[in-house]
Ligand binder design. Sequence first.
Ligand code: UD1
Length: 338
Amino acid sequence: MSRVLLTGATGYIGSHVAVELVNAGYDVIGVDNFSNSTPKVLDGIEKIIGKRIDFMEVDCTDYNAFEKVFEQYPDIEAAIHFAAYKAVGESVAEPLKYFKNNLRSFENLVELMVTKGKGANIVFSSSATVYGQPAMDELPIKEDLPFQPASSPYARTKQIAEGILEDCVRAYTNLNGTILRYFNPIGAHPSAHIGELPNGVPNNLVPFITQTAAGIRECLSVFGNDYNTPDGSCIRDYIYVVDLAKAHVKAVDKMLQEGIRWNVFNLGTGKGLSVLELVNAFIKATGVNLNYRIADRRPGDVEQYWADPAKANAELGWSADTPIEEVLLSAWKWQQKL
Ligand code: UD1
């Protein structure tokens, strides 16, 4: 079976994708520098799949160190690039940190895949953040919606990296590229052996909810109830991380089997949920009381958006349909384990 390189393999999404790739029969080589994860994630993956994945501790911005992965594993045919910083607020305060890490690592990956890979099929982990705030008549978001100016340096790294891949696919005829634009990934593996490991106070909604329910945080702030939405809180498309991981397997299958040079997919459920709907779904699913209050809007938040996943549904033969209660229960089970 083909070997797939995962950069950021011990991160939140990378670890779930490692499990699904192995389940689908792929050989995996994972790399990570543990800047936002720990070696224990490898144990969690092993508990689920019953074996240790091949792994090297590497900083992908270090070309010479990264090159050694290709020397040791000359059979790499595809790569999925997760290795990146992802805190929007931090990227505003320290843009260079984001450009250096997120872009240098990706340039190195593209160069190494083109020159050293057995095959050069790259899947890039992008985000709905590339679209910015769409107008109401542009919802749900399709892949051909033009980008707005980047709302943060983090968003800019996603836009630039997509452009880097597109230009390189055009120039290097052995290179194929697939862009996956995630909406809001949440939840954890049902085994509770892997999940999201936020560093310090979580920025994202679901880890904040589960930490509040667990008594680690006193109260969840719902950022704004005066938006132009039915209940006034922001709307997002929350996608189960295991469903998301399965889409990566389908994307790799398609690249290897069909040799398609360039493809872009939105990965979401196609349904928008408000912050208050999500909070209520959590209470209903877990039966746990959640202390929350309405707070001011969070600067930089987009009011509402959700995906049109029709292209991924049709062309990848994939859909994200795990019920939200089940997704939130998986997040809660993971929090309890932590
Ligand atoms: C952000 C990024 C996205 C990135 C994702 C994961 C943007 C526009 N979005 O998504 O690209 O992939 O983080 O890192 O850059 N909320 C609360 N209380 C909280 C936390 C959040 O009410 O304590 C609300 C927010 O206002 C928002 C929703 O929950 O409406 C989701 O927030 P969050 O989980 O942080 O994700 P996004 O900001 O949508």
